[in-house]
Structure formats: structure tokens, C-alpha cells
Design a protein around this ligand. Structure first.
Ligand code: 5GP
Length: 201
């Protein structure tokens, strides 16, 4: 059995990354969504343990102190982190995992693990991003402005990613993300050990 692959997906908030990742996890076998820990308060439609593990500042800091996170970052004033245990478990079980995390976290994973496939999801243009953020109706004007500013900074780090998916039409973006995952699963170095064993070469 091969080790599970890690797909790190980043995007400015409002690019549609979360829906994209959820859809792909639903459609493709053998891949799960890594559920992050956050100190942010849940939005109305969010469920604890499904969308995030919603925890207090106190619990989050304790997890940081005992090195429980493979990466963590402050995004828009809230703390978010990926539990090391989650990643290790999926990896050992041969299950691929999607990490829907910000550019800071993606950088930490790259440095620390030196593995993973890095995918950046981009809205078609700045106007569309603003429209989507306002349409979501979950943030006030000031927060939206902060997120737009932050988006420019995040896009500036796009060169650190292996793939770019422009989320123009949702269905097309889903197909592209599925294709990236399918291609990565066909990588020679991943499959060759098994082939060598099977064919005795
Ligand atoms: P939101 O609050 O809109 O769900 O997420 C805000 C940002 O935090 C998004 O860019 C999301 O990808 C990022 N994020 C979610 N979970 C994590 C995590 O575990 N680590 C890091 N570094 N960022 C995360």
C-alpha cells in the first residue's frame, strides 16, 4: 500500500475553494478533507467537527504548546491549524488528504514536510472576488475590505504553487482539480515500487 498524498489547496477567501474541495472529496474515492482547528466562531451553516473543530483560544494555544499542529497561522485575526495527528493517520492508512489552508500554512507544510502537491485556486478577476465576498453575506464591509487586501498579498505567493486553477465555472474547476489529483496519483515514483514487485524488474 502506498502512503497517502497531501494536496495543499490555497486561495483568497471567496475564491470558492472550500466548496471546490468538498465537491471533489465527495466525487473521488480515497481522498478526505482535513478538518482544521480554529478559534473563529462558527457561521450559521457550519457544524463543529464537520467544517472545523471550533475551539477556544485556550485550547488552541495548548495544542500549539504541545506541538500538536503541523502548521498553524493567524488568518483575518483568527487562529487556524492542521493537527499533525490527522495528517499522519491518513498518510499511514494510504488515504489522500486535501488541506484547505492559507498561504502561510502552505509555506510551513512545504518547509516542514518537504512533500505535497500545492494548488492555488484563483477567482477569475478582482471584481468577481469582491462580488462573491459580498454575495456570501457572512462578513461586514470592513471585513470584506480586509479580505480583499489580504487576497492581493496571497496571490503574490502564487509562484510557490505547482498548479493554478481558475474558478470561473464551478463544474470546470471541479474537473480540473479532479484531473490534478488523478495525474498526481499516476506519478512514476509513486507507482514504480509496486510495479517492480509485481513484474520482478
Ligand atoms: P474561513 O474562516 O473563511 O473558513 O477561512 C479563512 C482562511 O483560513 C481560508 O483561507 C482557509 O483556507 C484558511 N484556513 C482554514 N483552515 C486552516 C488551517 O488549518 N491552517 C491555515 N493556515 N489556514 C487555514
Amino acid at each position: 500500500m502506498r502512503k497517502g498524498l497531501i494536496f495543499v489547496v490555497s486561495a483568497p477567501s471567496g475564491a470558492g475553494k472550500t466548496s471546490l474541495c468538498k465537491q471533489v472529496v465527495e466525487l473521488l474515492p480515497g481522498i478526505r478533507h482535513s478538518i482544521s482547528y480554529t478559534t473563529r466562531t462558527p457561521r450559521v451553516n457550519e457544524i463543529d467537527g464537520v467544517d472545523y473543530h471550533f475551539v477556544s483560544e485556550d485550547i488552541f494555544v495548548k495544542m500549539v504548546e504541545r506541538d500538536g499542529f503541523v502548521e498553524w497561522a493567524i488568518v483575518h485575526g483568527n487562529k487556524y491549524g492542521t493537527a499533525e495527528e490527522t495528517l499522519r493517520r491518513y498518510e499511514a492508512e494510504g488515504i489522500d488528504v486535501i488541506l484547505d489552508i492559507d498561504v502561510q500554512g502552505a509555506g510551513q507544510i512545504r518547509q516542514k514536510l518537504n512533500q505535497g502537491v500545492y494548488i492555488f485556486v484563483l477567482p477569475p478577476d478582482p471584481e468577481e472576488l469582491e462580488k462573491r465576498l459580498r454575495g456570501r453575506g457572512t462578513e461586514g464591509n470592513e471585513l470584506i475590505k480586509a479580505r480583499l487586501l489580504n487576497a492581493r498579498e496571497e496571490i503574490g505567493r502564487i509562484v510557490n504553487y505547482d498548479y493554478i486553477i481558475v474558478n470561473d465555472l464551478f463544474e470546470d474547476a471541479v474537473e480540473r482539480l479532479k484531473s490534478v489529483i488523478a495525474a498526481e496519483r499516476c506519478r512514476r515514483e509513486l507507482i514504480l515500487p509496486q510495479i517492480k514487485e509485481d513484474w520482478g524488474i
